[in-house]
Design a protein around this ligand. Structure first.
Ligand code: PEP
Ligand code: MN
Length: 294
């Protein structure tokens, strides 16, 4: 019997794009539904919150402020992948419990990282969407486990991964029957050191051409620099991203993790107003809550 090649060849530097993620297999955009919030349609969805959940006060104050600013989904890490084992590793299940409380209060769905196959069940019990981080993009057992759970998955591009490897990682999840996947470009490693990573904005039009899955940008990890986040966030909307994920902290100077790249609530509010204008200019929408000062 003839073997069926699971990859569709695309004329793209000779790479071959796996079939389930391919736009050739499914021409229409996939809409990912995170408890009623739809990513991949005409509205650009902003996910915001702290890098790590540090305390009740920190999470709750930040969550309330990003909701007022127009975020539609709350982020916050309970299990943190830190380069040094001596750095704050996250609050673990305590953090997940706090997320659950604030999600009920604000009505914002929550996304949080899962680092290990053994955490998938626990994290799925609290989160509306599971994040697979850059360092785990090619953790194949984790991708398979995530594919078996029935929660949407936010898959971040590996910092050393090609677009093809990124799509193959998504294919692992899809192959288990879970098509609720959002792809996130978060910067790649290059020779440049003035920014934390090199944010590959060209990944957006490339991915949108190759796959039906929604694509979002993380300008926080992509630059590592708070002052640069607004510029790159605006550029991301202009190049066709379906959403953004950004770190916001109610007191960035006191953050235990990634404070130097976290916006404060005022900066976030201002950025959302600018993003709305850019969204309109490119035929998309960002809906903001009624704001007393606007
Ligand atoms: C994060 O979003 O908290 C994170 C650790 O991101 P990345 O995996 O992209 O480094
Ligand atoms: Mn971070």
């Amino acid at each position: 019997m003839m073997e069926i090649n699971p990859c569709n060849s695309h004329v793209n530097g000779g790479s071959s794009i796996p079939s389930k993620v391919s736009r050739k297999t499914k021409p229409d955009d996939t809409i990912v539904d995170i408890n009623g919030i739809k990513v991949g349609g005409s509205e650009i969805i902003v996910i915001a919150g702290p890098c790590a959940i540090e305390s009740r006060e920190q999470l709750f104050n930040t969550a309330r402020s990003v909701k007022t600013g127009g975020a539609k989904i709350l982020r916050g890490g309970a299990f943190k992948p830190r380069s040094s084992p001596y750095n704050f590793q996250g609050m673990g299940e305590e953090g997940l419990k706090l997320l659950d409380i604030i999600r009920k209060e604000t009505g914002l769905p929550v996304v949080t990282e899962v680092m290990d196959t053994r955490q998938v069940e626990l994290v799925s019990g609290y989160a509306d969407m599971l994040q697979i981080g850059s360092r785990n993009m090619q953790n194949f057992p984790l991708l398979k486990e995530a594919g078996m759970c029935r929660k949407p998955i936010l898959l971040k591009r590996g910092m050393m991964s090609t677009i093809e490897e990124f799509l193959l990682a998504a294919e692992y999840i899809l192959n288990q029957g879970n098509d609720q996947i959002i792809l996130c470009e978060r910067g790649i490693r290059t020779f440049e050191t003035s920014t934390r990573n090199t944010l590959d904005l060209s990944a957006v039009p490339m991915l949108k051409r190759l796959t039906h899955l929604p694509v979002i940008i993380d300008p926080s990890h992509g630059t590592g620099l708070r002052w640069m986040v607004p510029a790159m966030a605006k550029a991301a909307v202009a190049v066709g991203a379906d959403g953004l994920i950004m770190e916001v902290h109610y007191k960035p100077e006191e953050a235990l993790c990634d404070g130097q790249q976290s916006l404060n609530p005022d900066e976030f509010d201002r950025l959302m107003l600018d993003l709305k204008k850019i969204a309109q200019a490119v035929g998309r929408e960002i809906s903001l809550p009624a704001h007393p000062s606007v």
